[in-house]
Design a protein around this ligand. Structure first.
Ligand code: URA
Length: 233
């Protein structure tokens, strides 16, 4: 019903936050039918299937991408406060990373786009300390050893260099989604990332959406994502 992913729903049940017709249910296999039973989470009744909504956000720095934060930090959902549906970000960007983040209440599309088998491409623009050599960029292209294993081959190109400031901009395209992956890849070739922006995700681009703003996906963009994810249109 757009409340949570399957895994998160199992957790809600195990935590004793779900009732069916007023009775607490903690058994994972229990049966209930939304058309006949009253199902509530934290005392709030579920209203059946929500309309599916899809947004593209240009996330600024200083917002975390989890839906709720126990430490009270600003989350990306604060930027979409007017959206009434229960949406979630598709994947994450670090607090200090800006750029393209999709949000939806369509769990099926979210899971598919995050699944490694679809190899969804993400393009990043990284500002680096120092200027990487071709050999160093070559290591990113081949795949590089990180503490959680080798990365898949990436695309990497030098976009801009400033010897006076001893910094550069590099575009990096990856299809994995490991924690702090781009920062760790660049550190591994000896260049700290001093700013990071995601400019594209799954072929969608940020263009036209200002920092801190969001918009609905167009029908064409949605059809493109569903096709990528092997879903019926
Ligand atoms: N890689 C990172 O290091 N950080 C992000 O936020 C995204 C990709």
């Amino acid at each position: 019903a757009g409340v949570a992913s399957r895994r998160a729903a199992e957790k809600l049940i195990a935590e004793g936050r779900v009732t069916v017709n007023g009775e607490l249910v903690t058994e994972p296999g229990s049966k209930a039918d939304l058309s006949r039973d009253r199902i509530a989470v934290d005392g709030r009744e579920i209203q059946g299937e929500e309309e599916k909504v899809y947004f593209l956000l240009n996330k600024p720095k200083g917002y975390i991408s989890t839906a709720r934060d126990e430490r009270g930090r600003k989350t990306v959902l604060d930027l979409l406060a007017e959206v009434p549906e229960r949406i979630y970000p598709i994947g994450r960007l670090d607090n200090a990373t800006e750029g393209l983040l999709l949000l939806t209440n369509d769990g099926e599309l979210m899971n598919a786009l995050l699944h490694p088998k679809y190899e969804v491409h993400k393009t990043y623009l990284a500002r680096l300390r120092g200027i990487p050599t071709e050999a160093e960029l070559g290591r990113l292209r081949e795949g590089i050893a990180l503490e959680d294993g080798m990365t898949a081959p990436a695309r990497a190109r030098l976009v801009e260099q400033s010897p006076e400031r001893n910094e550069s901009r590099v575009e990096i395209i990856i299809h994995e989604g490991r924690n702090r992956q781009v920062r760790r890849m660049c550190s591994a070739i000896g260049h700290e990332v001093t700013a990071l922006k995601r400019t594209e995700f799954a072929g969608l681009s940020l263009s036209g959406t200002a920092r801190g703003h969001y918009r609905r996906l167009t029908d064409t963009e949605l059809a493109h994502l569903k096709t990528l994810a092997g879903m019926r249109l």
